[in-house]
Design a protein around this ligand. Structure first.
Ligand SMILES: C[S@@+](CC[C@H](N)C(=O)[O-])C[C@H]1O[C@@H](n2cnc3c(N)ncnc32)[C@H](O)[C@@H]1O
Length: 277
C-alpha cells in the first residue's frame, strides 16, 4: 500500500513539474525562472522552432516593412526579442531602412540574437532588461512588438501597459495571443481571441485585428490613437532611461551611467546590461 502511495506521489510530482517547467515554461515560478529556462535552451531554440523564412516574411517582415515604408526614420522596439526572429525577417526586406532595439530578460537568448542579426548590427541595439520596466520615455517608438511572450510574464497586463506607454500616438502595436490546446494550461495568462480584442479596445487601441497565424498563437495588430507628429532624432544615447530611477543615461566608454550613478555595462558582445544597473 505504501508503495502505491509513493508511486502515485512521484507521478503527481512529475506531472506537476512537467506542467510548470515544460508546458508553462516557468511562467508561475517568477521571471527569473523563465529567464533561466530560456537561457538554458538559447543555443537550440531556433533549431527547435524551425522557422520557415518564407512564412516569416509573409506574416511579419513584409507587412511590417510596408507599414513603415513612408516613415522617414522608423524606430522599433522588440520586447522579449529572443534570438532575433523579428529583426531577421524585417531587415531582410529591401524596403526597410529603420532601426530596432531588442530587449529580453534572458541574456543568452540575446547573445544568440547578436549572432543571428550580425549583418545588420549597426542598426540594432540589444538590451538585457525585464519587460516590466521599459527604460524609455513615453511615446518613443513607431512600432512596439512583443511576440510569443506575454503569457510567460508575471503580470501580462502591466507589460501591455508598458508597451503602449512607450508607443507613439499613431504607432503600431504587434503582439500575439496564445491559443491552441496548451493555452488552457496557462490559467490567468491566456484568454479567448474575443476577450483579448475587447481588452485592447478597452485600453483605447484602434484598428485591432486578430490574424490567424500559428497553431499556438494568433497575431494581433493594433494602432495607438493619435497623430504621429514630426519625428525627433532618437539615437539610443538620447532615449535610454535608467530602469531603476528613470533618469537619462549617458554613454561612457564601456557603459551607460545615469544621473544617480547606476551603471549598465556594455559587454564585449554588444549587449547593454541594464539588468545590472
Ligand atoms: C517564446 S520566446 C519568443 C521570442 C521571440 N519574440 C520570438 O518570437 O521568437 C519568449 C521570450 O520572452 C522572453 N521573456 C520572458 N519573460 C520576459 C520578461 N519579463 N522580460 C523580458 N523578456 C522576457 C524570454 O526570455 C524569451 O526570449
Amino acid at each position: 500500500m505504501k508503495w502505491v502511495a509513493l508511486v502515485a506521489g512521484l507521478a503527481a510530482l512529475a506531472a506537476f513539474l512537467y506542467w510548470q517547467l515544460i508546458i508553462a515554461e516557468g511562467a508561475y515560478l517568477g521571471r527569473r525562472m523563465v529567464a533561466f529556462l530560456y537561457n538554458r535552451s538559447a543555443r537550440i531554440y531556433d533549431g527547435i522552432k524551425q522557422y520557415d523564412p518564407g512564412y516569416e516574411q509573409w506574416f511579419l517582415g513584409l507587412p511590417l516593412s510596408r507599414a513603415m515604408q513612408l516613415h522617414p526614420d522608423p524606430l522599433l522596439l522588440d520586447v522579449a526579442a529572443g534570438t532575433g526572429r523579428l529583426a531577421r525577417t524585417l531587415f531582410q526586406q529591401p524596403g526597410f531602412h529603420g532601426r530596432m532595439i531588442m530587449l529580453d530578460a534572458a541574456r543568452d537568448m540575446l547573445r544568440e540574437a547578436t549572432r543571428t542579426t550580425q549583418p545588420w548590427a549597426e542598426r540594432l541595439s540589444y538590451l538585457w532588461q525585464n519587460a516590466a520596466q521599459l527604460p524609455f520615455d513615453d511615446a518613443t517608438f513607431d512600432v512596439v512588438s512583443c511576440l510569443e511572450a506575454l503569457e510567460f510574464m508575471p503580470d501580462p497586463d502591466a507589460v501591455l501597459s508598458e508597451l503602449l506607454r512607450v508607443l507613439r500616438p499613431g504607432g503600431l502595436l504587434l503582439t500575439t495571443n496564445r491559443i491552441g490546446k496548451l493555452a488552457r494550461w496557462l490559467p490567468g495568462r491566456t484568454t479567448t481571441p474575443e476577450a483579448f480584442e475587447e481588452h485592447l479596445h478597452s485600453l483605447g487601441l484602434e484598428m485591432v485585428r486578430t490574424q490567424t497565424w500559428q497553431e499556438d498563437y494568433d497575431l494581433i495588430w493594433a494602432v495607438k490613437p493619435g497623430v504621429m507628429g514630426p519625428t525627433p532624432p532618437r539615437m539610443l544615447a538620447t532615449i535610454l532611461r535608467c530602469p531603476r530611477c528613470h533618469t537619462a543615461m549617458q554613454q561612457q566608454e564601456n557603459d551607460f551611467v545615469c544621473e544617480n550613478a547606476h551603471h549598465a555595462p556594455i559587454a564585449a558582445d554588444g549587449i547593454i546590461e541594464l539588468a545590472r544597473a
